[in-house]
Write a protein that binds this ligand. Structure first.
Ligand SMILES: [Zn+2]
Length: 365
């Protein structure tokens, strides 16, 4: 058992099988969609709803665009929908596991049974739209150059990084709907059948994605608080906070940590519905644990930079295990996020050396 899991309460021991529902609150259902990665699933949340007098469902997050995901969804439509339509698709953020299947779901699945609008923040919609349509050489070159500038010298890995940057996102998110309904921080969205609506408040968070939306429902009618957290709060793994080639001078880590603190204003016994892992109680513990985790990593990285280090030098320190390509891109991004946090804070200085590689060194060393 992961040490963190001992500190959290998991009300449901069993996870739903693909194509099956598990009801976590009246009208709130937990589904799992498969992912072909080391992280092998995403949770999506199906909420009974009524819009414009039509009874149906709202879904929060979608799964990637893949045959197994579409098959699981078709099974849900056949077993649980009972002829009712999907009324809206809400995506917490642009990452492929959350947005990939949105266009297909919005258009009514295999048989195009309905037209449902996509609800997203502007930052996430625009980013997903831009990456989905951006196949090609230029993106690959930028990614390879970014990795090279941060100390990756393995030509085979650089070629893989280039190919991944060109094809990965459009393959998993082949289309994003042409129009969307914008949601913003603080917006309230009433979701539920007539007479049983829950009001969800949008909480925008930064650092994991440009404008990530979580959905919070305050305690009501004897029911405890509920948070659909997306990837901002996860029970078993740390949320990825990375500097990627699309924003190479970004400083996402302090933004992420500041965003996490908003969750401390929610009740400690909020039931958290995360995108990965199982629903849990222990929101404030995760926030405290994430702060401690990143503080320790910043210390390690700062200590290592007693002599100049590139991001590639930092990766084995933070991730001592062997990494596949997918994990390597996130590992370099995470290493850079920690370096940048210290650099923006004035604790590290950055130089670009004659080999074209950025290295960071402690200013007090
Ligand atoms: Zn994500």
């Amino acid at each position: 058992m992961h040490p963190r899991e001992r500190e959290l309460i998991y009300p449901w021991a069993e996870v739903p099988a693909p194509g099956c529902l598990r009801t976590v609150r009246p009208g709130v259902h937990w589904l799992r969609m498969p992912l072909p990665f080391a992280l092998d699933h995403i949770n999506v949340w199906l909420l009974e709803d009524e819009v414009d007098g039509v009874a149906g469902f709202t879904v929060v997050d979608c799964g990637i665009a893949s045959e197994p995901t579409r098959a699981a969804w078709e099974q849900i439509f056949a077993s649980a929908f009972n002829g009712r339509p999907l009324l809206r698709v809400i995506a917490t953020h642009f990452h492929p596991d959350h947005l990939g299947c949105a266009a297909w779901l919005a258009a009514g699945g295999e048989r195009q049974r309905w037209q449902a609008p996509l609800w997203m923040t502007l930052g996430e919609y625009a980013f997903g739209k831009f990456l989905s349509g951006a196949q090609g050489e230029a993106r690959g070159h930028i990614a390879a150059a970014h990795f090279r500038a941060h100390g990756v010298t393995d030509e085979q890995l650089l070629a893989q990084v280039k190919a991944r940057a060109m094809h990965h996102y459009p393959a998993l998110v082949p289309a994003v709907p042409e129009a969307f309904r914008r949601i913003m921080d603080g917006d309230e969205i009433a979701i539920g059948p007539r007479g049983a609506k829950r009001v969800f408040r949008v909480i925008v968070g930064y650092g994991h994605a440009p404008e990530h939306a979580s959905l919070y429902c305050a305690p009501q009618r004897g029911e405890g608080a509920l948070l659909i957290s997306g990837d901002m709060v996860l029970p078993r793994i740390s949320t990825n906070v990375s500097v990627f080639e699309t924003e190479p001078e970004g400083n996402p880590l302090p933004r992420y940590l500041r965003s996490l603190d908003h969750y401390l204003m929610l009740p400690a016994d909020t039931l958290v519905l995360p995108s990965h892992g199982k629903p849990f109680l222990g929101l404030h513990r995760i926030v405290a644990e994430q702060h401690a985790h990143h503080a320790a990593r910043l210390q390690e990285v700062a200590a290592a930079c007693a002599t100049p280090k590139s991001a590639a030098d930092i990766v084995p320190l933070l991730f001592p295990r062997a990494l596949d390509l997918h994990q390597s891109t996130f590992a370099l991004g995470e290493a850079l996020a920690h370096l940048h946090a210290l650099w923006y804070d004035g604790r590290l200085a950055r130089t670009r050396d004659t080999d074209g590689v950025y290295r960071f060194a402690r200013v007090d060393a």
